[in-house]
Design a binder for this molecule. Structure first.
Ligand code: PLP
Length: 501
């Protein structure tokens, strides 16, 4: 075992003195070499990738990982990276591949990767200005920029978060505390309710549970055929809550639902919120790409929100994590402020640049904002918007393809870049076909596709976030799906076999 206490007087040979691994003036050659080696290996994997995935299952990798003795290090970084090839790099899911069509994972832009290398090496922490100086100012500028794109007004503010889940949680925490503060002095707030469409993200329900709201606090509002919240139904639920003595602490409108990309009618929802005094939170985790696209008008009404979630790691081509929560009134963020004597004492609250920790659920926090900064400085907002527009265009073309293809049934026209569809067959075998097709595509390594449930049935889902995915790619994956589906249907039905047996 090496330990500093046992260090001999003479400098230890490199590799035995653990201090040689610290990034400081002694390690610069090794730093450049080792990081370069890591980057090279990723580049080689990308160059060699024939598909988005090798087809290896996680269960096959588990024993390899389990067999590694973590208490016995390898001789050097190169050896550790060699080992990593077999347990991670070879079989990772590569989102840059044009036939990765599954979840909301985007290919990432190079300026953001440069930023990742910079931000983790400098290792600024965005809690207090005295740990981050320029980083805090850069993050605040990006929040201002995003708020201006949304149109939230001069008093808006916000903070970067780890993702849409945390952004939604923080927005709903603010809404809950506002509702509580609004209850007459000395009385408990009436039962709190959150109204969100029936296809809103599950993190709304998670947030309600974390906020102690109890089961049934999130009331699902029915959607129209395009999977947008029905405002007549919203108005009815608002009246029902009032009649039952419940307080609607927030209405969550989704701008880009995870399955359908559908955008709730933001202006009409805002009207109903204004009429009833409900907090309007817009979850634009996916749809935020529209802020820089030529389709910006699709978000009209978002400027009336009290709070907004944006996920740059979904539609701004940023590496995970990069998200933000924004509020119209900066004082609303005071709901999470806690003054710790050792960190951000109240007596410092009027210093010229505010500590971001005063606005965040996190304390130590990555400088993720730098990725968006370098992206905007290299590509410009229009460059990012053009990438997002390309995938929305592609989804429309792919929808035409599927709608015209007698082999498939399309659930609805895409509003952004997702497609929900299925292979036409006997209703009672359809769920099974979806599961088989996904598995067969995965193990062949040819493509990765997702699935979801619509009205109790399983459907296949494409999420197009790669501007290099062509209509031909989509057509070939559809052919592969049809082939796997037919193979599967040609085999005897498991249920039928069970009956026969
Ligand atoms: C992905 C998503 C979320 C959750 O965001 P994470 O970054 O995964 O935490 C919330 N809302 C919607 C609509 C989403 O698509």
């Amino acid at each position: 075992m090496t330990s500093l206490a046992q260090q001999p007087e003479q400098p230890a040979p490199p590799g035995e003195d653990p201090r040689t691994h610290l990034l400081d003036g002694h390690a610069l050659d090794e730093y450049r070499r080792a990081v370069g080696d890591g980057v090279d290996r990723v580049a080689r994997r990308i160059a060699a990738a024939h598909g988005p995935v090798s087809g290896t299952a996680a269960a096959d990798l588990a024993p390899l990982v389990a067999a590694i003795d973590l208490d016995t290090p390898l001789p050097d970084t190169a050896a550790a990276l060699d080992e990593l090839e077999g347990i991670y790099l070879r079989d990772a899911v590569y989102f840059h591949h044009p036939r990765y069509l599954a979840h909301l994972n985007c290919p990432v832009v190079v300026p953001a990767l440069v930023a990742e290398a910079v931000l983790s090496a400098v290792n600024s922490s965005l809690d207090t200005v005295d740990q981050s100086v320029g980083a805090t100012v850069i993050e605040q500028r990006l929040i201002r920029w995003t708020a201006d794109r949304i149109g939230l007004g001069a008093r808006a503010d916000g903070v970067f978060t780890s993702g849409g889940t945390q952004s939604n949680l923080q927005a709903l925490l603010i809404a809950r505390d506002r509702a509580r503060a609004g209850a007459p002095a000395g009385t408990a707030p009436r039962r709190l309710r959150i109204l969100a469409s029936e296809v809103a993200h599950f993190s709304v329900v998670t947030a309600a549970r974390l906020l102690g709201l109890g089961p049934g606090a999130v009331v699902p509002v029915p959607c129209d055929a395009g999977r947008r919240m029905r405002t007549d139904a919203l108005a009815r639920e608002l009246r029902r809550c009032a009649a039952r003595g419940e307080t609607v602490m927030a209405v969550v409108a989704t701008a880009g639902t995870t399955d359908f990309g559908s955008i709730d009618p933001l202006g009409q929802v805002a009207d109903l919120c204004a009429a009833t005094g409900a907090w309007l939170h817009v979850d634009a985790a996916y749809g935020c790409g529209l802020l820089v696209s030529r389709r910006r008008a699709a978000l009209d009404g978002i400027e009336r929100a009290d709070s907004v979630t944006v996920d740059f790691h979904k539609s701004f081509f940023q590496p995970v994590s990069s998200s933000a929560v924004l509020v119209r009134e900066r004082s609303a963020l005071g709901h999470v402020t806690h003054h710790a004597e050792y960190l951000n004492p109240a007596r410092d609250a009027d210093k010229p640049v505010r500590d971001q920790v005063d606005k965040s659920l996190q304390t130590t926090r990555r400088f993720d904002a730098l990725k968006l900064w370098l992206t905007l400085r290299v590509m410009g907002a229009d460059g990012v918007g053009a990438l997002f527009d390309a995938v929305v265009d592609r989804a429309a073309q792919a929808a035409d393809l599927i709608a015209a293809d007698p082999r498939f049934e399309l659930a609805c026209r895409p509003a952004l870049s997702t497609l929900v569809f299925r292979f036409r067959c006997d209703e009672d075998r359809s769920d099974d076909v979806v599961a088989h097709v996904r598995e067969a595509l995965w193990s062949s390594g040819a493509a990765v596709v997702a699935a979801t449930t619509v009205e109790g049935r399983r459907w296949l889902k494409f999420t197009l976030l790669n501007p290099r995915t062509t209509v031909e790619d989509v057509a070939e994956v559809l052919d592969a799906i049809a082939e796997h589906a037919r193979d599967h249907l040609a085999r005897p039905h498991r249920a039928a076999l069970a009956c026969a047996g």
